[in-house]
Design a protein around this ligand. Structure first.
Ligand SMILES: *Cc1c(COP(=O)(O)O)cnc(C)c1O
Length: 499
């Protein structure tokens, strides 16, 4: 049976439902599969002839040891439906130019790639809870700087056995993100603004999460805290699927022959998305280079080039905000794998990171890093000029995160001359960042009103805005609550009906 161990203690062995319902190991480490399933030539043939749901079920079944095949299929078929995704193919490829493809991961309910995982995770969690803590309701607490909160709300909305509460900084999210959250539908959801910044929201949530009196109070009411953050294995495993699926699509459409090596480019923040591509490679998908694209917060570029991780640097707020990160949590999983499961070494690195903000990996790991990865970054002005040039040369409008990836891919092509077929992960719809995108293409002379911006972008791109965004303006506001950061407990209890 496929079990999971901890990156900081490889004596631990738990099954998939425990790994998913706990989220993080008690030693602070991350859960990783004890071995990687291998896809044979024949497996790949079968996957190639299947649709997205069947591909996802097949792949997840190999990872979720204590889930029955029926349970896996059930979860997957509730997540990847036409009700939630705009396209039949779920994650379609768009040919940007000959041999270069955008993997569009933003056709879900919130128009960003986090939907790919957060539409599925709640169902995986719901089944995991049934196995590990039957009869209990999972209470998900989220502190968000914008995108994750909305994607989690959409994913958990009306999923049996779950409640979700989201806190966002009152003045720390974009008008569009706020509108998305305060109009959220569903009977098990609650959204609250907090007077403070994202860190205040995050710290507050962590405090509540670890408060034993609050936990006890919840337990007395049949509830238990759980988390949906990006280190949960249940968020990573759905992301492996679309890399395998897109490789199958390239074969199916005659773009590559089976076994042909491709490159993958990923705009990276917390290192989850690109790690999923690395796992796909380990499962047998012939991926040459994994190209890691960062914005001005280029801590990963430096790390992948030198083996030194150093978070002691300025933090930049950029126009690709979902990549504004200085600690990429999921990197720990990669290091565990590249160190041949040396948990003591990982503990050393992570201790050093928390005490000095820095660590340097050994020569063996450095060698593997340069074998699998290539890294680059671009700042806001590079991002803007890429949005403009892709619009002018390829007649397609891309969002700032995708633009960072395209920019870094161009750098890679220029430096290496490698013309292998390439998949670039496109992580958000341009409509989600309409203001920045329009400004990049047309300059400062653009409308200030959100609705007008969306209309303008539609004209420019000869497309219709996704209905998830167009319909927001007509939805009633359901959540007007604002609380101080020391009132979170009260707010949570009142949302849960505890007093
Ligand atoms: C979260 C996010 C990313 C970064 O993905 P990681 O898995 O954190 O590396 C990139 N682009 C968008 C639009 C995102 O929302």
């Amino acid at each position: 049976m496929m079990n999971y161990t901890s990156t900081r203690n490889n004596q631990i062995s738990v099954n998939a439902s425990v790994a998913i319902s706990r989220g993080i190991s008690e030693d602070g480490g991350l859960f990783v599969p004890e071995n990687m399933p291998w896809l044979s030539y024949n497996d790949l043939n079968i996957l190639t002839d299947s649709d997205y749901t069947a591909r996802a079920s097949d792949i997840l079944d190999r990872f979720l040891g204590d889930f029955s095949t029926g349970e896996v299929l059930d979860c997957v078929s509730q997540a990847y439906t036409r009700e939630h995704f705009e396209t039949e193919s779920i994650a379609p490829l768009y040919e940007l130019e000959s041999g270069v493809y955008l993997l569009e991961l933003w056709h879900g309910p919130t128009c960003a790639f986090k939907d790919m995982a957060l539409q599925l995770l709640p169902h995986l969690l719901s089944v995991s809870m049934k196995k590990t803590a039957p009869e209990k309701t999972a209470v998900i607490l989220v502190a968000t700087s914008g995108d994750t909160g909305k994607a989690a709300l959409e994913g958990f909305r009306d999923v049996p056995g779950t409640r979700i509460l989201v806190f966002y900084p009152e003045d720390g999210v974009s008008p569009m993100q706020k509108l998305q959250m305060v109009t959220q539908e569903g009977n098990n959801v609650a959204v609250n603004a907090i007077r403070g910044n994202f860190d205040d929201a995050q710290t507050g949530v962590k405090k509540v999460f670890t408060d034993s009196a609050i936990k006890q109070e919840l337990a007395d009411h049949g509830m238990v805290f759980s988390s949906a953050n990006s280190i949960n294995w249940g968020r990573l495993v759905p992301q492996i699927v679309y890399y395998i699926s897109s490789y199958c699509d390239l074969i199916k459409n005659g773009r590559i022959s089976a076994g042909e090596q491709i490159n993958v480019v990923v705009p990276t923040g917390n290192f989850g998305n690109i790690l999923a591509a690395y796992y796909a490679k380990k499962m047998g998908i012939p991926i040459g280079k994994l190209i890691c694209a960062s914005n001005a917060n280029n801590v990963l570029t430096e790390f992948l080039q030198t083996g030194v991780y150093n978070r002691n640097r300025p933090f930049y707020t950029t126009i690709s905000p979902s990549m504004d990160i200085l600690i990429s949590s999921n990197l720990e999983r990669l290091l565990y794998d590249l160190s041949a499961c040396d948990d003591a070494k990982i503990r050393d690195y992570m201790d050093s990171l928390s005490s000095t903000g820095r660590y340097e990996v050994d020569d063996t790991i450095k060698k593997s890093l340069s074998e699998h990865f290539w890294a680059g970054f671009c700042d806001d002005s590079g991002t803007r000029s890429t949005i403009r040039s892709v619009y002018e040369n390829n007649s397609v409008v891309i969002d700032p995160h995708t633009a960072v990836a395209v920019n870094v891919y161009q750098q890679y092509r220029e430096k290496t001359g490698d013309t292998s077929k390439t998949i670039i992960a496109s992580t958000a719809s341009a409509y989600k960042f309409a203001g920045e995108v329009l400004r990049s293409i047309k300059g400062e002379n653009i409308p200030s009103d959100q609705r007008a911006l969306i209309g303008e972008l539609a004209k420019l791109s000869f497309s219709n805005p996704p209905k998830q965004i167009a319909s927001l303006f007509d939805k009633p506001v359901r959540f007007k609550g604002v609380c101080n950061k020391d009132e979170m407990k009260k707010t949570i209890f009142s949302a849960l009906g505890i007093n």
